[in-house]
Design a protein around this ligand. Structure first.
Ligand SMILES: Cc1cc2nc3c(=O)[nH]c(=O)nc-3n(C[C@H](O)[C@H](O)[C@H](O)COP(=O)(O)OP(=O)(O)OC[C@H]3O[C@@H](n4cnc5c(N)ncnc54)[C@H](O)[C@@H]3O)c2cc1C
Length: 385
């Protein structure tokens, strides 16, 4: 293994996922250079199977850095929320919020492509992993692994955007004992209509089932206990459609399921967002259950807020402390909101089922309560408290 000389970098971002890329581009838009590294080969994000529901607020931020994937985004005009084998349902409609859409569904790969468009050629170092970081009073010394060689860098600020963290004493973990099985399916309606830009969230005792309109298809997030997820992953396509149908009910049928992937689901919360000259943003700071599509929507606000503070006040203990303080309400509120929804809805306990039905009915009949929930999904922190 060869060791090469120390290089200096002002801001080093580890992780070229959508959150790290957003930070890099927001800094560049304000005239500040940063370097971004990723251990994956360039273009690897094209294999990521996820589709993400993005809020209207996320679209506005991505537009400001010329990274909104216009043609690849499917608008959501209504959201239908219900529970399996229980009464009560609520409908959230775009017209009530005077917005072009409640949100948008975008494939991870199309978002990654839009974010890497127009990147400076030397901005992103692919196939480069972070091996070690040694913080001191003025910055961080970082050891990287690239093309079979170790490389040592000095940076004034190390931003961690590596995605979901591994087990670490600084991260509190809560296991939902649920896995998300995801794939794309074609909806089939008796009257021949399409999905009409409607998203569906159906709560079941196994976990939530989400159907997100994506082009002419639905992207589904089918949440199940791990053993049931094993069984569903092993089904042939016809049997898989049967299992999906049984969970969703008879409002529509499904056909042509695409390739299935699965993700174990946890709540992972890092205790502190800043330590010396290191900052954690996006999934590495907080990984949430995908139930209300908050993960990237929260991560982009991390990236944006950090860029705004760095551009205005530079790198200092005070500016980083201000960053950590400014993210408290949004991340705790989003984690609490998501966690409570998963735990309240993922069971078959009779009295809770009744309470959920009454809750959904109340949301439907009471516009202020419905707007409270909808605004948090659309705007995040700007809608708190
Ligand atoms: C099934 C599912 C559905 C979801 N649906 C939604 C949704 O509808 N809406 C929503 O907002 N969010 C959703 N999310 C969450 C969303 O996917 C994440 O919040 C988002 O991808 C986080 O982006 P990130 O950039 O922080 O991390 P990632 O996307 O995980 O990217 C991290 C990057 O860091 C790199 N990396 C890791 N370690 C190193 C290292 N040591 N050195 C160098 N590089 C490294 C990785 O290669 C990767 O490219 C969903 C998640 C799942 C699992």
């Amino acid at each position: 293994m060869t060791e090469v000389a120390v290089e200096n970098v002002d801001i080093l971002i580890v992780g070229a996922g959508p959150v790290g890329l957003t930070l890099h581009k927001a800094l560049a838009a304000g005239g500040r250079k940063s370097m971004i590294i990723d251990r994956r080969p360039s273009g690897a994000a094209q294999d990521d199977p996820r589709a993400l529901a993005l809020s209207h607020g996320a679209r506005q931020l991505l537009e400001q850095i010329d990274s909104w994937p216009t043609r690849a985004a499917t608008p959501i005009e209504t959201i239908h929320i219900s529970q399996k084998e229980g009464f009560g349902r609520t409908l959230i409609e775009r017209e009530d919020y005077h917005l072009p859409a409640l949100g948008y569904v975008v494939r991870y790969r199309d978002l990654a492509a839009a974010l890497t468009r127009n990147l400076a050629t030397d901005a992103l170092l692919a196939e480069t992993g972070l091996i070690e970081s040694r913080p001191d009073a003025d910055g961080v010394t970082v050891t990287l692994q690239h093309a079979g060689a170790r490389r040592t860098l000095r940076t004034r600020l190390l931003v961690h955007a590596e995605g979901t963290p591994a087990d670490d004493p600084a991260v509190t973990v809560s296991d939902y004992a649920q896995h998300a099985v995801i794939c794309e399916v074609t909806p089939v309606f008796a009257n021949g209509a399409g999905h009409n830009k409607r998203a569906w969230e159906r709560f079941t005792p196994d976990g939530p089932l989400a159907l997100l309109p994506l082009g002419d298809e639905f992207s589904i997030v089918f949440t199940l206990p791990p053993a049931k997820a094993d069984a569903v992953m092993a089904l042939d396509d016809d049997a898989f459609i049967g299992a999906l149908q049984a969970q969703f009910g008879g409002r529509m049928s499904f056909a042509k399921p695409g390739k299935r992937s699965r993700f174990p689901l946890f709540l992972r919360l890092r205790d502190t967002l800043v330590s010396g000259n290191e900052v954690w943003i996006g999934n590495t700071a907080q990984t949430l259950h995908p139930v209300s599509g908050q993960g990237f929507n929260l991560g982009i606000r991390d990236a944006w807020q950090l860029a705004e503070i760095l551009l205005a006040d530079g790198i200092s203990e005070a500016s980083l402390a201000r960053y950590a303080g400014s993210r408290l309400l949004d991340r705790q509120g989003s984690a609490f909101f998501t966690d409570k929804i998963v735990r309240a809805f993922s069971n078959d306990f009779g009295p809770l089922k009744l309470a959920r039905g009454l809750g959904l009915l109340a949301l439907d009949l009471c516009p202020p309560a419905r707007h409270f929930v909808a605004k948090r999904m659309i705007w995040g922190a700007r809608a708190w408290p």
